[in-house]
Ligand binder design. Structure first.
Ligand SMILES: CC(=O)c1sc(CCOP(=O)(O)OP(=O)(O)O)c(C)[n+]1Cc1cnc(C)nc1N
Ligand SMILES: [Mg+2]
Length: 626
C-alpha cells in the first residue's frame, strides 16, 4: 500500500509560497495541502534520497505551526532538522526543494544562513530546547514580543542536552512552546525510560477516555453516581498529572494528542499560544505517515537512497565499513566474553543489527547521548568489561570531555569504533567527521589507528582488545571488500606499511586518501606510498628513515589540515631535528557543505591531482607518458 499521496497534483500548494499564504485557506484546503506536501516530499526523496519517514510524519505538525504562528516573526525551531522538509517547502523554497542535499542545493536540515524562517542550524540532535531557552531570554530581556516554538522528536529528547534544558526552562519558566513529536522511533526503535513511560501513559490516557465515555453513560442513569465517577476521574487525572515527568520539570504538559489531526492541532495550538510560561504539547505521530512502505518500515525509510516512488523497493548499500565492523565485533564477542558494545542510537548506521541479535546481553543502545555512552563505557571498563563504543566521528564530538575526564586520565580500556571518518556527502557540514584526529591526538593515552581494509580493521580491533587503554579506530563512509569470516591477522602495532617503494619521494596516507596516493604514484618509480595506518603513535622510525634518506614527503588526509595527521608528522620531524622537503595536504580551514564526496576532495586539494601537484612543486615531476 503506497498511500494516497504519491503523484498528486499540487493544486493548493500552487497557491502557497510563504507561510502567510496558509492563513486564508479553508480547512479542506489545508487538509489537501498536507497530502500535496507528502506527494512532493516523496517525489523529491525518490530522486535525491533523504529523510523521508521523519518528514512525512511531521507534515500536519508543520502545517499547523505555520497556520497558527507567524514565521519568521515567531521563531519555529526543529530539533535535528531532518523532519523539516514540509517547513522548507512552505517557506519560500518550494521551487528549489528538488535540490535538497544535492551539490549547491539546499541543506537537508534547517540552516540559518539558508532562510529567515530557519531559526537554528542543526543536524545534531537535542539542541532545540537550549536554543529556545536562549531565544526566550533574549526576547524578554530586549522587551520584544513573539512566540518561540521548538519541535523535538522523542529520539532527540533522549539527549542529555534536551533533558538538561528542560530543567532550566522549568525553573526560569519563559513563555515558550515545546512540541514533542512522539513516534516511538529514533532511527531504530526509541529507547529509554521516558519512552517507556509515554507508552504506558498513552495507555492510561486511553483509560481516561474510556472513563469519559463511562461518565456519559452514567449521567443518563444517576447524577449522584456521575459525581462519584467524576471525582474518581479527577483523582486519576491528578495522579496521571503528578506522575507526568514534565510536571516535575515545572513545565505545563498537554496531551497526548493525535499529531495527524490537523483541525485538532490547530485548535489546541491556538489555545496554547495564549498561555504564559513553558508548555509542552505531546503529539503522537506515525513515522512515515501517508506512505505505506515507510509506515511499515520506518527504519529503512528513515533515510533511504533514491527509489521508484511507484514501486519503492529497498536497495542494498553494498558491503560497507560499518558492516565490516559489525561482522568483526560479532565474531570477536564469541572469543572475548568481556567485550560489550555500546551505540548512542546508531544501531543500523554502525552496522550493529546482527550483533545486537547475536549478543543482546552485551549490547546497549543509550539513545542519542554520546556523552552518557562514553562514560558508561568508562564505568564498564573500571569494573572489568572491555567496552567498544561504536560512534560516528561527528557525534563523538559530544563526548570529548568524557573521553578525557572519564576514560583517558585513567587510561581505561575503551575502544572507539569511529565510523563516518571524513567528508560524508549528503548530510553536509554538521555530519562531516573531520575533526576527530585533531581533538583526540592531543589527549594523553589515546591512540588512533586507521585501517586500509577490513582485514586490517579486524587486526586492529583484536590487537586493541589485547593492548587496553583508549584506542580510536577510524574508518570512512564507504564500501570495502569483505574479509573472510574467521580471519584475524596479526599487526605490528604502531608500524606503518610501505605499499610501494620510491627513490625520490613518499606519500604518507591512510583511510580514504590511500587510494588517491596509489593513484598519484601509479607506476612512477620515483614515488613510494606508505599506509600510515597509525596516527598516534606515528611510526617515527620509518619517518626518520625516509627523511634521512632525503626523500620528499607528502601527507594527505580526509580531515582538517589544522591539527590533523600532517600536523603530527611536522611536529615529529621537528622533534627529531629533521627538515625534509614536505607538503601537508588536508581539508582547508572551512566547512564543507553537502555534495559529492570526490568533488569536495578535489576542491579540498587532497586527491591524486593535488598530490602530484605537491610532488611537482618539490621537483618530482610525473613521468611523461611514452
Ligand atoms: C539525521 C540524523 O543524523 C539523526 S536523526 C536521529 C533520530 C532522531 O529521532 P527523533 O525521534 O528525534 O526524530 P524522528 O526521526 O522524527 O523520529 C538520529 C539518532 N540521528 C543521528 C544523530 C546522532 N547523534 C546526534 C548527537 N545527532 C544526530 N542527529
Ligand atoms: Mg522519533
Amino acid at each position: 500500500m503506497l498511500g494516497q499521496s504519491v503523484g498528486r497534483l499540487l493544486v493548493v500548494l500552487q497557491k502557497v509560497n510563504q507561510p502567510q499564504d496558509l492563513k486564508p485557506l479553508s480547512m479542506g484546503e489545508l487538509l489537501q495541502l498536507t497530502e500535496e506536501l507528502r506527494s512532493e516530499i516523496i517525489r523529491v526523496c525518490a530522486q535525491n534520497g533523504g529523510h523521508l519517514a521523519s518528514s512525512l510524519g511531521a507534515v500536519e505538525l508543520i502545517v499547523a505551526l505555520h497556520r497558527v504562528f507567524n514565521s519568521p516573526r515567531d521563531r519555529l525551531l526543529f530539533d535535528v532538522g531532518h523532519q523539516a522538509y514540509a517547513h522548507k517547502i512552505l517557506t519560500g523554497r518550494k521551487e528549489v526543494f528538488h535540490t535538497i542535499r544535492q551539490e549547491g542545493g539546499i541543506s537537508g536540515f534547517t540552516k540559518v544562513s539558508e532562510s529567515e524562517h530557519d531559526a537554528i542550524t542543526v543536524g545534531h540532535a537535542s539542541t532545540s530546547l537550549a536554543n529556545a531557552l536562549g531565544m526566550a531570554i533574549a526576547r524578554d530581556t530586549l522587551g520584544e514580543d513573539y512566540h518561540i516554538v521548538a519541535l523535538i522528536g522523542d529520539g532527540a529528547l533522549t539527549g542529555g542536552m534536551a533533558l538538561a534544558a528542560l530543567n532550566v526552562i522549568g525553573e526560569r519558566k519563559p513563555r515558550l512552546i515545546i512540541i514533542l513529536n512522539d513516534n516511538e522511533m529514533s532511527i531504530s526503535e526509541n529507547v529509554g525510560a521516558l519512552n517507556r513511560y509515554f507508552r504506558e501513559y498513552q495507555t492510561k490516557k486511553w483509560v481516561q477516555e474510556t472513563q469519559k465515555w463511562g461518565r456519559q453513560v452514567l449521567e443518563g442513569i444517576s447524577p449522584r453516581l456521575f459525581g462519584l465517577v467524576d471525582r474518581a476521574k479527577e483523582a486519576a487525572k491528578l495522579m496521571l498529572h503528578q506522575e507526568n515527568p514534565f510536571y516535575a520539570w515545572g513545565i505545563r504538559y498537554v496531551g497526548p494528542v493525535d499529531g495527524h489531526d490537523l483541525p485538532g492541532l490547530i485548535h489546541i495550538l491556538e489555545q496554547i499560544k495564549e498561555l504564559d510560561g513553558p508548555t509542552l504539547l505531546h503529539a503522537v505521530t506515525r513515522k512515515g505517515k501517508g506512505y505505506g512502505v515507510a509506515e511499515e518500515d520506518p527504519i529503512y525509510w528513515h533515510g533511504p537512497p533514491g527509489f521508484n516512488p511507484q514501486n519503492p523497493i529497498k536497495v542494498s548499500k553494498g558491503y560497507t565499513w560499518s558492516a565490516a565492523f559489525g561482522d568483526a565485533v560479532t565474531e570477536l564477542a564469541h572469543q572475548e566474553p568481556r567485550l560489550f558494545v555500546i551505540t548512542p542510537a546508531m544501531r543500523e548506521g554502525s552496522g550493529l543489527v546482527r550483533y545486537s541479535q547475536v549478543h543482546p546481553e552485551r549490547y546497549l543502545d543509550t539513545g542519542i547521548c554520546e556523552d552518557v555512552a562514553a562514560t558508561t563505557a568508562a564505568g564498564m571498563a573500571l569494573r572489568g568489561l572491555k567496552p567498544v563504543l561504536a560512534i560516528y566521528s561527528t557525534f563523538m564530538q559530544r563526548a570529548y570531555d568524557q573521553i578525557i575526564h572519564d576514560i583517558a586520565i585513567e587510561n581505561l580500556p575503551v575502544i572507539f569504533a569511529v565510523d563516518r571518518a571524513g567528508i560524508v556527502g549528503g548530510d553536509g557540514a554538521t555530519h562531516n567527521g573531520v575533526f576527530d584526529i585533531a581533538y583526540l591526538r592531543t589527549v594523553p593515552n589515546v591512540q588512533i589507528a586507521a585501517p586500509k581494509d577490513a582485514l586490517e580493521l579486524r587486526a586492529m580491533l583484536k590487537k586493541a582488545l589485547e593492548l587496553g587503554g583508549p584506542i580510536a579506530i577510524r574508518y570512512p563512509r564507504d564500501n570495502v571488500e569483505k574479509a573472510p569470516e574467521g580471519a584475524w591477522p596479526e599487526i605490528e602495532w604502531g608500524r606503518w606499511e610501505v605499499l610501494k617503494e620510491g627513490h625520490r619521494a613518499y606519500i604518507l596516507a591512510f583511510g580514504k586518501t590511500l587510494k588517491y596516493a596509489l593513484e598519484a604514484a601509479g607506476d612512477d618509480p620515483q614515488v613510494g606510498v606508505v599506509n600510515a595506518r597509525f596516527i598516534k603513535p606515528l611510526d617515527k622510525e620509518l619517518l626518520k628513515r625516509l627523511a634521512l634518506a632525503g626523500h620528499k614527503l607528502v601527507t594527505t588526509e580526509d580531515h582538517q589540515r589544522m591539527g590533523g595527521f600532517g600536523s603530527a608528522v611536522l611536529e615529529a620531524l621537528n622533534e627529531m631535528g629533521l627538515k625534509p622537503d614536505i607538503r601537508v595536504l588536508g581539508l582547508p580551514d572551512r566547512f564543507f557543505e553537502h555534495g559529492s564526496i570526490p568533488r569536495m576532495h578535489h576542491e579540498a586539494r587532497i586527491d591524486a591531482e593535488a598530490i602530484r601537484a605537491a610532488l611537482a612543486e618539490m621537483g618530482v615531476e610525473a613521468p611523461t607518458l611514452a
